[in-house]
Every structure is written in structure tokens, then in C-alpha cells.
Design a protein. Structure first.
Length: 339
């Protein structure tokens, strides 16, 4: 078996994924976030089962983990019941980028609702702890900033983003009802904009869009005037937050915001990426997307108090790592085309 080499930023963290090795199920384990989570759990000595139907996740994200005897892949759709022996379950299975979930809105809603039911039923049967990857989208286009967990949101239930927004809101409802009704040990973490290596070049998210466009010297496209703000959290910081949350004890159910409170206008992000890539790209503006939030900024005081967690990776550092990743991917694609 080859030795495990964590990435440079991740290696600075203490191992907080648990002192006693566990059998852990990661639904959506081949996705952007799920694959990083699988990697960290293996580093912590756990046995990891990656469950994915590979609709948006990629086998290449977890290919480097296959030689490990403590790692197993199950190809399965969470919308159908499943039976896996696991003491800890991370439910990360859902399309997460607008092009993906708007391509199949009904399937997205059902993935979040039926996937939550099936995962919760499994946790109930096994007496397992289950961790839900919820989202800042439960706040919709917020009327208050920063967003606190007590804020109930401003979501359009019939808009083009509702399949994802309301799917995640419904999943949260199911998690807390299973907790109150059946005593299931739950954690609900709300993810704010996260970026890093293994994002898909075509996933339609702002960081990957801007980096790929800049590296190819294409127009960098901003939807709206660029004054809308986002708060970007590097993937290693986010995974660290979820690992701490999973070990926080039964009384710490959440919801807890996990994200970076440093707010930046989208236009400024585009300019930063253009400069970091030495790109000749022009920044162009397209019409604003329906229900696109004007602000995204988490209040993370609960995560700081309950988990002792806050982001550590500066935006410039994380973007540098992400740019390196996309440079390598685009170069490999060019070589493949030339063969």
C-alpha cells in the first residue's frame, strides 16, 4: 500500500477526526467536498465507505484512495434505500451547482428529501451519528447580513433555484424531526461558498468559472453588476469544521454555519483572479440570474463557541492552490487532445 500524502494546507491541521477508528459512510463521497472528506477520514485511521451514483461526482476524485484497504466504493443512488454497517454517516449527496440542479430539478429535490429519509433510517437502525451537509441557500436572498442560524430566510419556493433551496430546507426539517421523534443523533451544518481543488471546470460556480475563463484568456462573465458579495471558504477549512462538528457530542445538533465571514464583491474576486493568473481576459457583465442572492456572509460565532473552529486559509492562498489545480487539469486536457 502506498503512503498517504495529505495536501500541504491540510497537513497543518491536528487530527480531530476521532481518536477511535470508526466505520464511516460518506454519501456523495466522490464529489468535490465528499472526496476531500473521505481523504481526511482515511488520514485519521477510519474505515471509509464512499457511496455515490456518479451523476455529478467523479471516479477520478477518489481514484488515489482505491489502494487503501480501509476504503470502499459503493455505486448507489441515495433516492433508493441502502443498508450499510456504519457508526458515522455524512450525508453529502446532492447536486450543488446551479447548472447541475437546474438540469434535473425534480431529481435534485428527491435526492435531498428521499436521500435524507434513507440516510436517517439507516442511522436509526444502526444507532449511528449522522451529519447533514446543508447550505447557506436555506437563507435565500437574505434581508439580514451576516446570516445567523436563527434567521429563517427569504426563499422563493417556486423559483428556478427552489429545487435545491427547498430540498435542503426539507432535509433539515427531516433531520430535526427524526431527532425529536426517534432520538437520532444528528448534526446539521450549513455550508457557505466553498472552493478548492477537485471542483469541476464546468460546474458553473463563480470561482471555477472565473479561474477557467482567466486561464483560457476568455471573457470573465459576471451575472449582474458585480456588487453582489460572497464569502469564500477553502475546502480544507470546511472539512475541518465538519470533522469537529461530528465529534462535538449529542447536544450539539446545530444548525451551525460553516464558512468564511470575509466578504468580497464578485467583481473584486474577478479582478483578483485575473491578476493572479496574468490573464488577458476582459470582464464582461451579463443579466442578473433570477433569485441570485445579493449577499452571502455567515455569522460563525456559534461554530467558534461550540467547535473552536474558524477558517485559517487566506483567500489568496486558497485561490493559488485552486489555480494550480485548474492549470494542471487544462494542461492535461490539451495533451490528451493532441494525442
Amino acid at each position: 500500500m502506498r503512503s498517504f500524502v495529505p495536501n500541504e494546507i491540510c497537513s497543518g491541521y491536528d487530527n480531530l477526526s476521532g481518536r477511535t477508528p470508526k466505520k464511516v459512510l460518506v454519501n456523495g463521497g466522490a464529489g468535490f467536498l465528499g472526496s476531500h472528506l473521505c481523504e481526511r477520514l482515511l488520514k485519521g485511521g477510519h474505515e471509509v465507505i464512499c457511496l455515490d451514483n456518479f451523476s455529478t461526482g467523479r471516479r477520478s476524485n477518489v481514484h488515489h484512495l482505491r489502494p487503501f484497504s480501509r476504503f470502499r466504493i459503493i455505486e448507489h443512488d441515495v433516492r433508493s434505500p441502502f443498508d450499510v454497517d456504519a457508526a458515522l454517516i455524512f450525508n453529502f449527496a446532492s447536486p450543488a451547482s446551479p447548472p447541475d440542479y437546474q438540469r434535473d430539478p425534480v431529481g435534485t429535490l428527491l435526492t435531498n428529501v428521499l436521500g435524507a429519509v434513507n440516510a436517517l433510517d439507516l442511522a436509526r437502525r444502526n444507532g449511528a451519528t449522522i451529519v447533514q451537509s446543508s447550505t447557506s441557500e436555506v437563507y435565500g436572498d437574505p434581508e439580514h447580513s451576516p446570516q445567523r442560524e436563527s434567521y429563517c430566510g427569504n426563499v422563493n419556493p417556486v423559483g428556478p433555484r427552489a429545487c435545491y433551496d427547498e430540498g435542503k430546507r426539507s432535509a433539515e426539517t427531516l433531520f430535526f424531526d427524526y431527532h425529536r421523534t426517534y432520538g437520532v443523533d444528528i448534526r446539521v451544518g450549513r455550508i457557505f461558498n466553498t472552493y478548492g481543488p477537485r471542483m469541476r471546470p464546468d460546474d458553473g460556480r463563480v470561482v471555477s468559472n472565473f479561474i477557467v475563463q482567466a486561464l483560457q484568456n476568455k471573457n470573465i462573465t459576471i451575472y449582474g453588476d458585480g456588487s453582489q458579495t460572497r464569502s469564500f471558504c477553502y475546502v480544507d477549512d470546511l472539512i475541518e469544521g465538519f470533522l469537529r462538528f461530528s465529534n462535538a457530542g449529542k447536544k450539539c445538533t446545530g444548525p451551525i454555519n460553516l464558512g468564511n465571514p470575509a466578504e468580497i464583491p464578485v467583481r473584486q474576486l474577478a479582478e483578483m483572479i485575473r491578476e493572479m493568473t496574468n490573464s488577458r481576459s476582459r470582464i464582461v457583465h451579463l443579466p442578473r440570474v433570477t433569485d441570485d442572492p445579493k449577499q452571502r456572509r455567515p455569522d460563525i460565532s456559534r461554530a467558534q463557541a461550540k467547535l473552536g473552529w474558524q477558517p485559517r486559509v487566506a483567500l489568496e492562498v486558497g485561490l493559488g492552490k485552486t489555480i494550480e489545480y485548474f492549470e494542471a487539469r487544462l494542461s492535461a486536457a490539451k495533451v490528451a487532445e493532441a494525442v
